[in-house]
Design a protein around this ligand. Structure first.
Ligand code: PLP
Length: 221
């Protein structure tokens, strides 16, 4: 199947309130345009330099998602245009995003990344930190960021029950935060699920999936 056929098939599989982020990292602009020409507009990248290059080269109505680990010193390059930053994993990073939001006169949409995997290597806040942040209104000082939801990555394992447990735990936290949130209508995104586990993520209540290899084919780095 072509990229166009795959993206149409996936879009048709998803319910209408679930957003598909097509993860185009390492893939050429020609393939992104194939997906774009089907009407798709949400694309995800995990490297700032690549994201900026693609933003500059491609149509300006693409909504660019920064999905990877983001270094503070690189926020300034994406702040003027990024649609959503998925991997906010510290208050120091959030403070920098806010600062760059002020400079570009934008309110930057962010998801807080939660550490749900049983692996040391994945970034993110612990669940208790997240509830504390909202319970203590610690985020209100950041006028130029909008926390629109949560993001998580499950353990890379063939044990589907474990993956379901991890995603369900994140959904519970998301529901809890929705109760605590001062403006619940702006807190509405639960980003979880990639090519290998998005079916499980959807069962657990995800409403944004980040899918790369199932659309564009495997990556060789
Ligand atoms: C690469 C990546 C994805 C997509 O992975 P696939 O297995 O290719 O679907 C999703 N989320 C993040 C954070 C990624 O870095």
């Amino acid at each position: 199947m072509s990229v166009a056929e795959k993206i149409i098939e996936l879009t048709n599989q998803l319910v209408s309130d679930c957003t598909l982020v097509a993860v185009s990292k390492t893939k050429p602009n020609t393939l992104i345009m194939e997906a774009y020409n089907t009407g798709h507009r949400d694309f995800g990248e995990n490297k700032v330099q690549e994201l900026v290059a693609k933003f500059e080269a491609l149509p300006k109505d693409i909504r660019w998602h920064m999905i990877g680990h983001l270094q503070r010193n690189k926020v300034k390059y994406i702040a003027p245009f990024v649609h959503l930053i998925h991997g906010v994993d510290s208050l120091r990073l959030l403070r920098e995003i806010n600062k760059q939001g002020v400079k570009s006169d934008r309110v930057i949409n962010c998801l807080l990344q939660v550490h749900i995997a049983n692996e040391d290597t994945k970034f993110g806040f612990e669940k208790e930190e997240i509830t504390d942040l909202f319970a203590n209104s610690s985020l209100e000082e950041f006028q130029n960021v909008k926390i629109t939801g949560l993001m998580g990555m499950a353990t890379n394992t063939s044990d589907q029950n474990q993956v379901l447990d991890e995603f369900s735990g994140l959904k519970n936290l998301y529901d809890e935060v929705t109760q605590l949130h001062p403006d619940a209508s702006s807190f509405k995104i639960l980003s979880m699920g990639m090519s290998s586990d998005y079916h499980i993520a959807l069962d657990a209540g995800s409403n944004m999936v980040r899918i790369g290899s199932s659309i564009f084919g495997s990556r060789d780095y």
